[in-house]
Design a protein around this ligand. Structure first.
Ligand code: DC
Length: 223
């Protein structure tokens, strides 16, 4: 690690496919350490949802870049506010996730929010959750985790989450959506979903959230 400026602020990166439990693990690790949290997927979801609301085509790179530079995004008290409107629930739908995956495949959009993401690196530390946190956004992070789980386990977790919220869902359709999103995220030309060379790969298929959190925190004490 460099000894000057921002690079001395520790970062834990948690990358992996949709539904592996990254969000929950990242938030629990951040709470346990008293560190900041970056939910980078939320940024892509916000750009997609705000873009659609303004009638922007999700393939229109120039308009999406311009939009991402204008949006006033505030994460506070577990809520996401964009230009004053509460989008906390609006960005969490399956549709928003699929739209986010399309927007995230556009290199200029990824470039447009790189500095914004890096600005979350503040003392005493940051837990960053996404797909390219360890490979692109924070390549010097001292602890990198790639959290994986089988597509079937991830679809089943999502199914239970949605069912508990009282939403009617179809497990097979969820599995297909997850596989489709994985394929798009893993095969895109820029910043594809893949473990950093120095990442610890954790397969959470048969692990509880608490076991995963303990494994990540143990890594922090080793480094
Ligand atoms: O983690 P999530 O489901 O909220 O992410 C939504 C989409 O955004 C996902 O399909 C991939 C994309 N994404 C990305 O490409 N890079 C990130 N760092 C985070 C998310």
């Amino acid at each position: 690690m460099k000894s000057d400026g921002i690079a001395v602020i520790p970062v834990v990166t948690i990358d992996g496919p949709s539904g592996a439990g990254k969000g929950t693990v990242a938030s629990l690790v951040a709470d346990a350490k008293g560190w900041h949290l970056l939910d980078s997927g939320a940024l892509y979801r916000i750009i997609a949802v705000a873009g659609l609301a303004k009638g922007i085509d999700l393939a229109d790179e120039a308009s999406l870049v311009a939009l991402s530079e204008q949006l006033d995004i505030v994460f506070a008290d577990g809520k996401v506010t964009v230009d004053g409107a509460d989008l906390t629930d609006g960005i969490r739908t399956e549709e928003a996730g699929n739209s986010a995956s399309q927007v995230a495949a556009l290199p200029p959009v990824r470039g447009a929010i790189l500095t914004l993401q890096q600005s979350f690196r503040k003392a005493p530390g940051l837990v960053a959750d996404g797909r390219d946190m360890g490979t692109v956004v924070f390549p010097d992070a001292p602890v990198k985790v790639f959290l994986d789980a089988s597509a079937e386990a991830r679809a089943e977790r999502r199914y239970n989450q949605l069912k508990n919220k009282g939403l009617g869902v179809n497990l097979r359709a969820l599995l297909e959506q997850i596989q489709e999103r994985d394929a798009r995220d893993r095969n895109r030309a820029v910043a594809p979903l893949k473990p950093a060379e120095d990442a610890l790969i954790i397969d959470s298929t048969h692990m509880s959230i608490d076991e995963v959190v303990a494994t990540v925190i143990a890594q922090l004490s080793i480094k």
